[in-house]
Write a protein that binds this ligand. Structure first.
Ligand code: TXA
Ligand code: MG
Length: 349
């Protein structure tokens, strides 16, 4: 179906309109504190199918269900483990998604046939108002076409979803600009599946036993079954090739510059992605600053990856991120954008 896609700035009337569309089984994009979501009534199988169609999302990749009150959890999940209660107390509402054993009321299409369901309580006034107004839990993946960088502004959503959905609620830029942290609390030990703004350190302050899934920083082996289906799909990727350069401050800059010159000599157009303070090292090169610190850089990454394509670059060379705090989320998304292509500067002669 082809829609004239409307972009409405947030207002009480716009939220009402979006809620009515959701109630009638339509798909609507809305802002959250992480990234924009592509929402539909989580309990309406046909509506949820509309999300998969609009995104071009593989049917084996499950969705997150968004709720506005913790009490809405009971209708969705079979059990709330103690580990989950502890994390919910500490970080809900907020950028934290938990994986629970699911109840039958959640349609199989939402969980892609898994026996578990991902649930998040966002901390964004528009998302919360929309869920309340619609009166149902909202299934919502990030509002990008499958495989593209997640949208952190309404303009990004329009870029990917024009003609595919009736309405985008424009609530401005997303504060964190990176998708929620995902933790599986169904097993013996809680497992971090996707790093986000609720950092591994913050999780371990509550649950010291937390383990980190190896897929956070390493590719899932061909044929292996990842704990989170989303981890096996190429993700966050612009059309341009992305390469990560890892090394000391000196060697990384030298290697990045060498790759840059090599690409330009071969007729390509390269751009360097780095922290604001590192820009002077690349005088004479095209450079995008991601931001001043790890939090800003994480929030700026997806916009920068989209800009790489808009401005016609063929190669983006990114400096590796320090994996402390939110840096783990930054490196996780960079690695996926780069399809795990990392060049170690110190290895070069
Ligand atoms: O911040 C966010 O989480 C945003 C906003 C809109 O809330 N949503 C989001 O959704 O990023 P999505 O669909 O792009 O990412 C959901 C991730 C995927 O990697 C998916 O595989 C994983 O969560 N996931 C969902 N349900 C799961 C389940 N039952 N078990 C394991 N992983 C699951
Ligand atoms: Mg996504």
């Amino acid at each position: 179906m082809e829609y004239p896609t409307e972009v409405l700035p947030v207002s009480a009337a716009a939220i009402m309109r979006a809620a009515r569309l959701l109630s009638s089984g339509q798909v609507v994009a809305f802002p959250t504190e992480t990234v924009y979501g592509l929402g539909a009534n989580a309990l309406d199988e046909a509506a949820v199918r509309g999300i998969f169609e609009a995104k071009g999302r593989p049917a084996d990749n499950p969705l997150i269900v968004h709720i506005a009150e913790a009490c809405a959890l009971d209708a969705l999940v079979a059990e709330i483990p103690d580990t989950a209660r502890a994390l919910m107390r500490a970080y809900w509402p907020g950028p934290l998604t938990l994986i629970f054993p699911k109840k039958d009321a959640v349609p199989g299409i939402v969980s892609a046939g898994l026996s578990t369901v991902a649930v998040r309580m966002p901390d964004h006034p528009v998302a919360v108002a929309l869920i309340r107004e619609a009166g149902v839990p909202i299934a919502a993946p990030s509002a990008n076409r499958s495989g593209r960088p997640s949208p952190t502004a309404a303009a990004h959503v329009l870029e990917d979803m024009r003609g595919r959905i009736p309405l985008i609620l424009d609530g401005g830029a997303c504060a964190f600009g990176v998708e929620s942290t995902v933790v599986d609390v169904t097993g013996h030990v809680p497992v971090l599946l996707r790093p986000g703004a609720v950092t591994a350190e913050m999780l371990r302050a509550v649950l010291p036993e937390l383990s980190i899934d190896p897929a956070v920083l390493s590719p899932v082996a061909e044929g292996a079954k990842p704990a989170s289906p989303g981890m096996k799909h190429r993700h966050y990727a612009p059309n341009a090739r992305v390469v990560i350069v890892d090394g000391t401050k000196e060697s990384a800059a030298g290697k990045a510059r060498a790759l840059y010159l090599e690409a330009e000599a071969g007729g390509g157009r390269a751009v360097i992605l780095c922290a604001a303070c590192r820009m002077p090292r690349y005088a004479g090169c095209a450079v995008f600053s991601l931001g001043a610190d790890a939090r800003e850089m994480t929030a700026g990454l997806f916009d920068a990856l989209r800009r790489v394509d808009r401005e016609g670059y063929t190669l983006a060379i990114a400096e590796a991120a320090d994996t402390e705090g939110i840096g783990l989320a930054l490196m996780n998304r960079l690695l996926r954008a780069a399809d795990f292509t990392v060049v170690r500067a110190d290895d070069s002669p």
